[in-house]
Structure formats: C-alpha cells, structure tokens
Design a protein around this ligand. Structure first.
Ligand SMILES: CC(C)(COP(=O)(O)OP(=O)(O)OC[C@H]1O[C@@H](n2cnc3c(N)ncnc32)[C@H](O)[C@@H]1OP(=O)(O)O)[C@@H](O)C(=O)NCCC(=O)NCCS
Length: 172
C-alpha cells in the first residue's frame, strides 16, 4: 500500500520520523519525561526513541507502523505513533500523541489530530483506537473533546506496574 503525503498543519511541518531523526526524537521524549513517569513510573531510557521507531506488536509488519513528527520553530515539538490495520483491517491504533510541555495547551495537539484523521481516512481507515491511563485525566479530556468515545476498560501490564486504562474509539 502506498503512503499518501501528510496533510498541512498550521504552524508545524509534519513528516514521518525515520532513523536519521532518532536523536531529535530522543530529546523530545526526554523533554516529555513527565508523561513517561506518569505512565511507567520511570523517565525514558537512553534507547526510548529507537524502541519507539522499531517496536511493533508481534506479527505486525513495520511497514504498517508510522511515527510522525511535528516540527515547529522550536524544532521537533510533537510526535504521534500509529499502527495501520491494528488490531484488524481498517482500524488504526494510536499508540502515542506527545506535545513538548512548553507547547501544550495551544491547540497543536488538536491540529495534529485533525491532520492525522484526514491522513487515516485517505488510507481507508474507519476507526482509530487508543488507551488512556486512569492517572492521566487531562489526556482523557482531550480525547473526549475530540470525538473519541469510551468502549471499555482494560489493564496495562508494564514491567513493574499495572495501569487501569480506558479504551477509546473514534469513527472519523
Ligand atoms: C494531551 C496532549 C497531546 C494534548 O495536546 P495539546 O496541544 O496540549 O492540546 P490542545 O492545546 O490541542 O488542547 C488542550 C486540551 O488538551 C488537554 N490537555 C491534556 N494535557 C494537557 C496539558 N498538559 N496542558 C494543556 N492541555 C492539556 C486538555 O483537555 C486541554 O483542554 P482544556 O484546556 O479544555 O482543559 C498534550 O497535552 C500532551 O502531550 N500531554 C502529555 C502526553 C499525553 O498525555 N498524551 C496523551 C496520551 S493518551
């Protein structure tokens, strides 16, 4: 399947993040350590960006995984992780949406989400799913404000903790 161009976003340039930007991505993840600590209890490790670019669920081809970066005047300012056709055809899984702390609350996340939705629809995506941890109510507010609806709860087993999460879905 060919990958269409990413839509334009006001105030940011979207592009797929490849291995050549792994160091920039690592810097962004470290700037967003608040989120990693909230979810896992630990700051990101030294290979977090590498893992984000290359980790995929078992049997899910890497060609169906995308890490999109948003570059602003402040450099790489936000990132989105997406899996195409996961866990089933026409469903996209949004693994991560991260905006650098000093750029939050200025509708960058909203503009990126709108662009990502357009891009997913252009590839015949019919639903977007994600999870949000109970300890992240601000993110839950963000998703609910943008049309996601709760479809259940689950537990997320991490190395040394278990999170309770809400599963959300958007039918664009
Ligand atoms: C959630 C996130 C992606 C939203 O992007 P954003 O650019 O800050 O959001 P926008 O400016 O478009 O929208 C603001 C809304 O986002 C939500 N929000 C979540 N975290 C926020 C934060 N730290 N600062 C400001 N708004 C935040 C609020 O609902 C806010 O709406 P409100 O002002 O009515 O309360 C971003 O805040 C972020 O990266 N947070 C940390 C990582 C995270 O939790 N990601 C979601 C994983 S499930």
């Amino acid at each position: 399947m060919t990958t269409p161009d990413l839509p334009l976003v006001e105030g940011a340039q979207l592009a797929l993040i490849s291995g050549s930007a792994v160091e920039e991505l690592q810097v962004l993840l470290e700037r967003c350590e608040d989120f990693e600590i909230l979810v896992t209890g630990h700051p990101p490790g030294p290979y977090a960006a590498q893992a984000l670019l290359t980790d995929a669920p078992p049997d899910h081809p890497l060609r169906d995984k995308f890490v999109i970066g948003a570059w602003t005047d402040h450099g790489l300012t936000a990132a989105v992780e997406l899996l195409r056709d996961f866990p089933e055809r026409h469903v996209w899984y949004l693994g991560l949406l991260l905006v650098a702390p000093e750029d939050r609350g200025q509708r960058l996340g909203e503009r990126i989400l709108a662009a990502v939705k357009t891009w997913i629809i252009s590839q015949d995506g019919r639903a977007v799913r994600l999870i949000v941890q109970d300890q992240n109510p601000a993110a839950l507010r963000f998703w609910l404000a943008h049309g996601f609806v709760p479809i259940g709860t689950a537990t997320q087993e991490l190395m040394d903790r278990t999170n309770t999460v809400t599963r959300l879905e958007l039918k664009p």
